[in-house]
Design a protein around this ligand. Structure first.
Ligand code: UDP
Ligand code: MG
Length: 307
């Protein structure tokens, strides 16, 4: 059986349409399936639509969070609830063309355990986003040591991979990168990002930036090594300036250096503060992980053959 996981946040206009589209495609291909909608704390009628869809089609189930926990949490909740031999994750807004599921499923049948949807074009994105996204993926690719510039959350995973992902203890998992990080036999399927069918994207440039920071720090300690590097750069500056100052002092014309002193103070001060900020960020991440709070809180279920 194939489990299709659909994270949904304020998507009331799309639930019915997405459920119908998935159903017709999978039914035509004669694939035994279930669809799991995860309502990520929506404030509109998303949950009602999910329940309606589950009454309409017994292969549809719904899970509802107590509040918005983010897309990655929703994906993990779906993986946890899924019963299939393989699980696919797809956006609710139909930007990930559902027909590609068939291609992914065929690859899985050929023995591939991770099938990644790779964006061959990014579709329409805000200009300000494009820059942030490019920067983020370059950093991420370096951290995971695998090219992630075309990565998406559109994936199909074998049961073994799903179990592996679920066994990871991280509190703030980054699905897209973790699915690459775990390894396994991997295949890629190209797709063009379609336009959003209704509603609007939930990302602002600022929220993307925060998301990027949190994910980079969960995969890479490089920013902290930059702190060390800055320390060495400052040491080199000290060395050169030190010799310069001493030579002038011994030769009897000491530097008239009030300006130099102020500039140096400011430079050292700002580097120190930025460094403490970076280290503080990592400590905050450790704090979050060590508290061990659940990734999400489920309040409601609907649908399902055994309920
Ligand atoms: N989503 C979610 N929780 C969130 C934000 C988004 O479950 O906090 C879902 C959303 O319903 C959609 C998918 O994640 O199915 C992608 O979201 P969106 O279309 O806003 O992102 P974009 O396509 O612009 O990257
Ligand atoms: Mg979208």
């Amino acid at each position: 059986m194939l489990s299709v996981i659909v994270p949904s946040f304020n998507e009331e206009q799309l639930i019915t349409q997405t459920a119908a589209r998935l159903k017709s495609i999978l039914l035509d291909a004669d694939i035994h399936y279930e669809i799991i909608f995860v309502d990520d704390g929506s404030s509109d009628g998303t949950w009602d639509r999910i329940c309606l869809a589950s009454e309409d089609n017994e292969a549809v189930r719904g899970i509802s969070f107590s509040r918005n926990f983010g897309k990655d949490a929703a994906i993990f909740a779906g993986l946890e609830a899924a019963k299939g031999d393989c699980c696919a994750v797809i956006d609710c807004d139909l930007q990930h063309p559902p027909e590609k599921l068939l291609e992914m499923f065929a690859l899985w049948q050929d023995g591939f355990e991770v099938v990644n949807g790779a964006k061959s074009s990014r579709g329409k994105e805000k200009k300000s986003h494009s820059f942030a996204i490019k920067w983020f993926y370059n950093m991420m690719s370096k951290a995971v040591k695998i090219d992630m510039t075309r990565a998406s959350d559109y994936k199909l995973l074998d049961r073994r991979v799903v179990q592996t992902l679920l066994s990871l203890p991280e509190r703030k998992p980054f699905f897209r990168a973790l699915a690459v990080w775990v390894g396994f036999r991997t295949a890629e399927v190209d797709f063009d990002v379609d336009e959003r069918k209704a509603g609007s994207s939930h990302w602002s440039t600022f929220s993307l930036f925060r998301y990027a920071l949190s994910n980079i720090s969960s995969f890479s300690a490089a920013p902290m090594q930059i702190v060390t590097l800055l320390g060495f750069v400052m040491l080199a500056v000290l060395f050169i300036l030190g010799i310069h100052t001493l030579v002038r002092w011994f030769s009897g014309n000491a530097v008239e250096g009030f300006t130099t002193v102020i500039l140096l103070q400011l430079l050292i001060g700002s580097i120190l503060m930025i460094s403490i900020g970076i280290i503080g960020y990592y400590i905050a991440q450790i704090f979050t992980e060590i508290k061990g709070r659940p990734r999400y809180i489920v309040t409601k279920h609907c649908g399902g053959r055994d309920e």
